[in-house]
Design a protein around this ligand. Structure first.
Ligand SMILES: Cc1cc2nc3c(=O)[nH]c(=O)nc-3n(C[C@H](O)[C@H](O)[C@H](O)COP(=O)(O)O)c2cc1C
Length: 315
């Protein structure tokens, strides 16, 4: 049955050979991982978040290890749209996996401009908008923290692109189903759940935050956030009609299975790429083995099993 296992998944207009992607910011522009990973075997990868102009990011230190995770304050450093188009993308023409461009802006207008620019790139299969960033027109409050702002920025971006549009949500909200519904209503084709959780590490000697950015906070990622993110996927998948990419602490095939059972159609692997650059390949192989061991012919069939069975039983 090994070769008979079908790992392909369909997310509406976006299909994937398998449900495993690398998450944005942990996989460079894809090429950096080519020595370790056969990029053609991935379902796809999300490139580092892009802005129209290059950004240097925050001062060091920008990364610190935590119990079962890491905290980062990279500050969205990236090469900018033009260098991505001219220096990175040409190398990806030979790669067959899906290329997802993650992007962000400081204003609604910048999101629109970025979506329009990325839409001109044929090799880019989908756009993923990171709305976990400060809205400079609203005093620096994150776009993703308020459903009205989510609706506004997603609707404007939707009008600017015909590409498959994924909206990546922040877990730093009271109820993620509210922002998820707002993104869906504004025209998102899919959701990515979730980005990092805000946190802080203090240095007990100096009494100061370890990270070098102005407010000393960073984004927590890795296995530490998995139960939080999994619950958010579980809750959201039951109230939206669009597909979900599950993200947060995935490092094994079983982790990916849990996310799919919670309702994700596909998963993204982030921090685990740092402690094992080959981890995505291992997860794909592991998913195949898991399907064989559990008599699952099509991986898609497990999507939402966790709550579908409970709902059917009226629990
Ligand atoms: C160093 C680092 C940089 C990141 N950069 C981005 C980014 O540019 N855009 C984005 O949407 N998410 C970014 N993320 C968030 C990840 O894509 C992912 O949502 C998060 O880390 C949770 O997944 P994980 O626990 O598997 O790492 C970054 C994460 C890390 C650790």
């Amino acid at each position: 049955m090994g070769s008979a296992v079908d790992l392909s998944v369909n997310l509406g207009a976006f299909s994937l050979a398998n449900p495993v992607l690398a998450a944005s910011g942990t996989f460079g522009y894809g090429l950096e991982f080519a020595p370790f990973v056969d990029l053609n075997r991935l379902g796809g990868f999300c490139a580092k978040g892009l802005s129209l102009k290059p950004r240097l990011g925050n001062p060091a230190p920008r990364v610190v290890e935590t119990a079962s995770g890491m905290l980062n304050s990279i500050g969205l450093e990236n090469v900018g749209f033009e260098r991505f188009r001219d220096e990175k993308l040409p190398h990806l023409q030979m790669v067959s996996c899906r290329v997802v461009c993650n992007f962000f802006g400081d204003t609604v207008h910048e999101y629109e401009e970025m979506a329009r620019a990325l839409s001109t790139l044929e090799r880019v299969d989908a756009l993923e908008m990171n709305i976990s960033c400060p809205n400079v027109e609203e005093g620096g409050v994150q776009f993703s923290s308020d459903p009205k702002t989510v609706e506004k920025v997603v609707a404007a971006t939707r009008r600017a692109t015909g590409k498959f549009l994924i909206v990546k949500l922040s877990p730093n909200v009271t109820d993620i189903t509210v922002t998820a519904r707002a993104a869906e209503a504004a025209g998102a084709d899919a959701l990515s759940l979730v980005n990092t959780c805000v946190g802080m590490v203090l240095d007990a000697e100096t009494g100061k935050p370890y990270l070098g950015n102005a407010n000393g906070t960073g984004g927590l990622s890795g296995p530490a956030i998995k139960p939080i993110a999994l619950n958010m996927v579980y809750q959201t998948a039951q109230v939206v009609g669009i597909p979900i990419f599950g993200i947060g602490g995935i490092r094994t095939a079983e982790d990916a299975v849990e996310y799919m059972m919670a309702g994700a159609s596909a998963v993204q692997v982030g921090t685990a790429n740092y402690f094992d650059p080959r981890v995505t390949m291992k997860i794909i192989d592991g998913l195949k083995e898991w399907c064989v061991a559990h008599g699952v012919a099509r991986i898609e069939s497990i999507c939402g099993r966790a709550w579908k069975e409970r709902n059917d039983q009226g629990i």
